[in-house]
Design a protein around this ligand. Structure first.
Ligand SMILES: Nc1nc2c(ncn2[C@@H]2O[C@H](COP(=O)(O)OP(=O)(O)O)[C@@H](O)[C@H]2O)c(=O)[nH]1
Ligand SMILES: [Mg+2]
Length: 348
């Protein structure tokens, strides 16, 4: 699952990406599209690691795409932004970083510029698609029903976009979504906003709901502070945070929010070799979850021995969970819950 980090030039995108992934900072002015992997912080894994002392601990991860900065100053930079958007239509969500750490910041403007460009970019896409479909529906080779159905939806989307409404607001059900999903509309993707403030304001919660609406999650953080925190070892980090009066790095909250926004949850596996978090989409069945671990486990699936993390933490170990009747034997169709500790029984 890919998260695109976008926003104006010099808003702190690369600093944030480095803070969450441990990647070194790219050279200033870099225009590369760089993809990095960020582990998803998970206290449950920390606790289970204490208990099991495994050889290794594996976190769930998200892929972050660090993008060159956007500028809407003139036609030239606008066109560059548009080209960039067309290159990243396959990402799963956007994070917009706005610069609020100095006077120059005009983030209301920068947010509305980006929103407008997303809408225009999608309008361009839908218009091209409609022209194609209109030619196609009359051809004998046309998959008539399908093309007509799609054309009707695209016309509806065009109308919405012209009224400055996002595609996400115009799609009414799964059937419609299926027909247009592959086009990668930007305004169909979830968005999160990061307000990059100066160090002395990192404890604030800046309310942007009047600009971005009530449904967009907004996280206030100081990217340069997060990047310093990320470089410290656990003990010094704790000390540093105590001095600053903060209890956890904002970067942690940020990555966890991205994970949630992507619709992902984790199930956990434990053992002497490995304690691990496995990302799955909310609603995934035990049978499909087994397939994430190994195709053989899915093929030979018998049962998913499942302990809720809360039970494990309360009772302390597997044995006590068993004694208390907290180990459930779930079948293929069981819908896996966030934090389920699963031992798959299988036979191949
Ligand atoms: N004071 C301050 N400076 C920052 C912060 N985040 C980034 N910067 C500085 O702003 C400049 C641009 O940062 P960078 O992460 O490269 O921005 P990008 O162009 O959006 O990738 C660099 O000189 C950073 O050191 C911040 O939170 N506070
Ligand atoms: Mg950058």
């Amino acid at each position: 699952m890919k998260v695109a980090i976008t926003g104006s030039m010099q808003s702190g995108k690369s600093t944030l990406v480095s803070a969450i992934s441990g990647r070194p900072m790219p050279p200033p002015g870099s225009v590369a599209i760089e993809e990095v992997v960020a582990p998803v912080p998970d206290e449950r894994l920390d606790w289970l690691t204490e208990i099991y002392q495994p050889k290794k601990t594996v976190h769930a991860t998200i892929d972050c795409v660090d993008l060159p900065g956007l500028s809407f100053a003139d036609e030239h930079t606008r066109a560059a932004a548009r080209r960039l958007f067309n290159q990243i239509r396959t990402v799963d969500m956007f994070v917009i970083v706005v610069r609020a750490f100095d006077e120059e910041a005009d983030f209301a403007r920068s947010l509305s510029d980006i929103k407008t460009e997303f809408l225009l970019s999608d309008l361009e896409l839908v218009t091209t698609r409609i022209e194609r479909l209109q030619k196609q529906v009359n051809k004998p080779t046309s998959a008539q029903g399908h093309d007509k159905a799609e054309l009707a939806i695209q016309l509806k989307l065009q109308e919405a976009l012209e009224a400055e409404k996002p595609v996400s607001a115009a799609i009414k059900d799964e059937t419609e979504l299926e027909l247009i999903k592959s086009l990668g509309f930007l305004t169909l993707k979830p968005v999160m906003v990061v307000v990059n403030v100066a160090e002395d304001r990192c404890g604030e919660n800046i309310d942007l709901s009047s600009i971005v609406g009530p449904d967009v999650e907004v996280i206030t953080l100081c990217a340069s502070l997060e990047s310093e925190l990320a470089q410290l070892d656990t003990a010094s980090r704790k000390e540093f945070m105590a001095d600053m009066g903060i209890t956890e790095p904002a970067a942690k909250r940020f990555v966890q929010s991205c994970y949630r926004t992507l619709g992902l949850i984790s199930f956990l596996t434990v053992g002497k070799d490995e304690v691990r978090a496995w990302p799955i989409r909310k609603g995934t069945t035990a049978h499909d979850a087994a397939g994430k671990v190994h195709s053989d486990i899915k093929r030979g699936f018998i049962r998913a021995e499942t302990i809720a993390y809360a039970d494990m933490q309360e009772l302390g170990d597997e044995k006590s969970c068993k004694a208390a009747g907290k180990v459930r034997l779930e079948g293929k169709s069981y819908v896996v819950q966030d934090g389920d500790i699963i031992n798959f029984r299988f036979n191949v």
